[in-house]
Each structure stands twice: as structure tokens, then as C-alpha cells.
Write a protein that binds this ligand. Structure first.
Ligand SMILES: [Zn+2]
Length: 238
């Protein structure tokens, strides 16, 4: 297949390999069974800052806890309250998205809502799904399709005016959850289920849980419109 030489994320020639899920999502020693996908140098070099950011945000999600990251969660909470944590705080607070606010307890007695750049986190998770798509379906996601990631808490809070979209997102997510068996990496640091549409195999659904807390859905759909999956999900062969 001519596509074999192309970057997983763009149309350039691939000269490097990108770890999927991103290796920065795991503590050291990192899981030895991380897969890699072909990537161009430009894409590959652009990822690490976002991956690091995503890990911090996902670890800060209420409910998130992971044995291999306990010290890091504590360090992160402390860093946010210390004056010298200002740089980190600024980094966290810089760009805003309107929806999906995670709660981060910065003070024992005073829970404060911290707004994270969920769009940035979502990009990392969408990229993970695109990489996994290539690995599990032995096929590069064609450029006519895109991956869209959303925090499932934010989807649940979508206003009624977008009810049909909301239903579509949840129905497809529930389909894979009910039908497919979850896979995991790094002592369940990342757990996911996935499947694809029987009508259009390029339309896939991915449900991720990070560090036992944050849950995200990713949908690969034709770029020009979010076509429904018609509720039929195909589970991949093991
Ligand atoms: Zn690329």
C-alpha cells in the first residue's frame, strides 16, 4: 500500500515513529508494549509539549488516581498553590474553552475551579485515536476523515439545542461500551474500547479513560459533516 510510507497525521513522507498512546502519558519505566506509527519529523517534534500538558490536565481530573502517578499528582497540586508555581498556573490558564471545566482542589478547604485548555488536551486524544486506528485497522485514516475528541462530561452538559448530536455521540459511545472488550496500557493508566461502523469502516468510535478519571470519546467521521454511525458497531479482531 502506497500509504505505508506516509505520516499518520499528515500527507508528508514519514521518517520517524510516534508512540501510541503518547509515551509521555505514562510514568517511568514506560510500558514496553507501546505501539508506534509512522510519522513525519515535523509532526513528531510538535507533539511533546501538548502530550505533557495533557498528562497534567488528565491527572488533575477529579476522580483521577493512579498508583504509578501518586507522587506526581501531589506535586502538581502543590505546584499550583505555590507562588513559584505561577508559570505553571499561567500555562494552565492561558487559553480557555467555554465548556468542560475540570475541578482542581488547590486548597484543602477551598475547592477552586481551574479552567484547562481542553481543546489542547482533545488534540492529543484525537491523535491517539488516529494512531490506534492505523494500528488496529492496518490502515491510515484518509485525509477526508477527521477525528473529533470530546470530554464526555462536557458532552453530557451540552445544551438541548444540540440534542440530536448529543444523542448520536452518546449512542455510539454506549454501543462500543456494551459490545467491545476494553484494552489497557500501563496498569490501566489508559483504558479504551473502540469499534467502527459496519456501514462505513472509516467511521470509528473510541472511549478512553485516563488514570481512572477523565473520560473522553473520539469519533472519526468525514470532515465535511458528522455522519451518524447508525448504531452499528464492529468490534475489531483481537
Ligand atoms: Zn506529519
Amino acid at each position: 500500500m502506497a500509504d505505508d510510507n506516509l505520516c499518520t497525521y499528515c500527507n508528508q513522507l514519514a521518517t520517524t515513529r510516534d508512540h501510541i498512546p503518547p509515551k509521555l502519558l505514562f510514568s517511568r519505566p514506560r510500558p514496553s508494549n507501546l505501539a508506534t506509527v509512522p510519522a513525519c519529523l515535523q509532526c513528531n517534534q510538535s507533539f511533546s509539549a501538548d502530550d505533557e500538558y495533557a498528562r497534567m490536565v488528565l491527572l488533575s481530573h477529579h476522580g483521577a488516581s493512579h498508583t504509578t502517578f501518586e507522587d506526581q499528582v501531589e506535586r502538581l497540586s502543590r505546584a499550583l498553590v505555590r507562588p513559584e508555581g505561577a508559570g505553571l498556573k499561567k500555562e494552565f490558564l492561558r487559553p480557555f474553552v467555554a465548556s468542560g471545566v475540570f475541578n482542581q482542589e488547590r486548597d484543602q478547604d477551598k475547592p477552586v475551579a481551574v479552567q484547562f485548555d481542553l481543546a489542547r488536551v482533545s488534540r492529543v486524544i484525537a491523535r491517539t485515536a488516529i494512531g490506534l486506528h492505523r494500528i488496529h485497522y492496518s490502515e491510515r485514516l484518509v485525509p477526508e476523515y477527521g477525528a473529533f475528541a470530546a470530554d464526555l462530561d462536557a458532552v453530557a452538559k451540552m445544551p438541548n439545542s444540540v440534542d440530536s448530536l448529543k444523542n448520536y455521540l452518546f449512542e455510539s459511545i454506549n454501543d462500543v461500551t456494551d459490545t467491545c472488550r476494553p484494552l489497557e496500557w500501563g496498569e490501566q493508566a489508559v483504558v479504551f474500547v473502540f469499534g467502527r461502523s459496519l456501514h462505513d469502516p472509516r467511521q470509528s468510535v473510541w472511549r478512553f479513560r485516563f488514570y481512572g478519571g477523565a473520560e473522553f470519546g473520539v469519533w472519526t467521521v468525514p470532515r465535511e459533516h458528522a455522519v451518524e454511525l447508525n448504531g452499528s458497531v464492529y468490534c475489531p479482531e483481537e
